[in-house]
Design a protein around this ligand. Structure first.
Ligand code: SAH
Length: 348
């Protein structure tokens, strides 16, 4: 199979042009067709010589994301279920805010992290996505928005999969997204979320970007975190915290800690107290997420009043905390829900 043209950063395309005795400025032209004009085939790239277009077409493929379904919520949230060339399905969500549109992308087909509250991990990991398959989610969503003159202005890597276990593809994806000759998404408007893959946190600290880092923490201590997130046995709580301290020292950039509140499990006032103590000296922000119901899991939501109380306890101890605003409830927009349903219906 041919590699995807979306897999390549501008620098890599420049190298390809050199290797093929083409002037390197052709790479920027190609990049412009891909990400600014957003065409769907090489033949449309009319300022490239015909021979070059044919050669590109021989060597590279466009990613074809087949739109299996598209749900649109009353609040404007759009959820895509895309089919890949090998018949796997992935989810991508576009959220509409008054300050702009954001997209939530998927980095793996399935996931092997095994968080007990998450739908994405139910069938295990099938495979990594290539950089181009992640890029294609954004380009395809942007093509939809082009019809109404809207733009995607922020990206969260919070779909299915663990981006820090598909590190190189995720980084290439990011390099393509932020490039000023491409979609040029502001680095500060991009967040990559990890379940705490410690070696990758250290690597990411060295990348010298302004991209935001979010850590799925979900518990204030090692024991409870291991119960909710088996990955905590591989990379224990304290090692994750140590990596976060390193990242902060290195980058000076605030970390977001995601904390899914699960009724009676990790949402008691003593959990909030303990969390606040652990995060005391860190430049950080806690994002409280009322747990989304996953039919296969038995967890229940925290009552609203208790969510506010949890937040108040953190704030009283000077730990900044917000409650995640929810969108797309009517279309099962939470991680992995749609794909899980799709797999179920195929199995019948
Ligand atoms: N693997 C990465 C990226 C997924 S991001 C990570 O773990 O960070 C998706 C976020 O939603 C993570 O914080 C994840 O823990 C959280 N999440 C997963 N299932 C959830 C559910 N049922 N309710 C609320 N949050 C959930």
């Amino acid at each position: 199979m041919k590699p995807f043209i979306y897999d390549y950063t501008l620098e890599q395309i420049q190298q390809w042009m050199k290797d093929n005795s083409e002037p390197t400025f052709r790479a920027a032209q190609l990049f412009d067709w891909l990400y600014v004009k957003r065409v769907k085939g090489f033949e449309e790239m009319t300022n490239l010589p015909k021979q070059l277009r044919e050669k590109l077409d021989e060597q590279f493929a466009f990613v074809t994301l087949e739109e299996i379904t598209k749900f649109e919520s009353k609040d404007g949230t759009v959820k895509f279920l895309f089919g890949l060339h090998d018949n796997h399905a992935i989810e991508t969500v576009v959220m509409r805010h008054n300050y702009g549109n954001s997209i939530c992308v998927t980095t793996q087909v399935g996931c092997r992290i095994g968080c007990t509250f998450c739908a994405s991990t139910l069938g295990g990991l099938k495979r990594n996505l290539t950089a181009g398959e992640i890029v294609a989610q954004v380009v395809t969503a942007q093509q939809m928005l082009d019809a109404t003159g809207e733009r995607i202005s922020s990206i969260v890597i919070m779909g299915s999969g663990e981006p820090f276990e598909n590190y190189e593809a995720t980084m290439d994806f990011l390099r393509i997204m932020i490039h000023e000759k491409g979609l040029h998404i502001g680095q500060r408007h991009i967040t990559v979320s990890t379940s705490g893959i410690v070696p990758s946190i250290y690597k990411f600290a060295e990348e010298n970007t302004q991209i935001n880092l979010a850590i799925s923490i979900h518990a204030p201590n090692d024991m409870l975190r291991s119960k909710l997130m088996p990955v905590n046995r591989r990379f224990p709580f304290e090692e994750v915290m140590e990596a976060c301290r390193y990242y902060l020292a290195k980058t000076g950039r605030r970390i977001t800690f995601e904390y899914a509140l699960i009724g009676g499990v990790n949402d008691r006032p003593e959990h909030a107290e303990e969390l606040a103590d652990v995060l005391q000296d860190l430049l950080c922000h806690v994002n409280l997420i009322p747990v989304n119901h996953v039919p296969e899991r038995k967890y229940v939501r925290t009552p609203r009043e208790d969510i506010f109380e949890f937040q108040r306890i953190l704030e009283r101890k000077k730990v900044n905390a917000t409650i995640r605003r929810e969108q797309g409830h009517d279309i099962a927009a939470a991680c992995g829900q749609l794909r899980a349903k799709h797999m179920e219906s195929q199995a019948r």
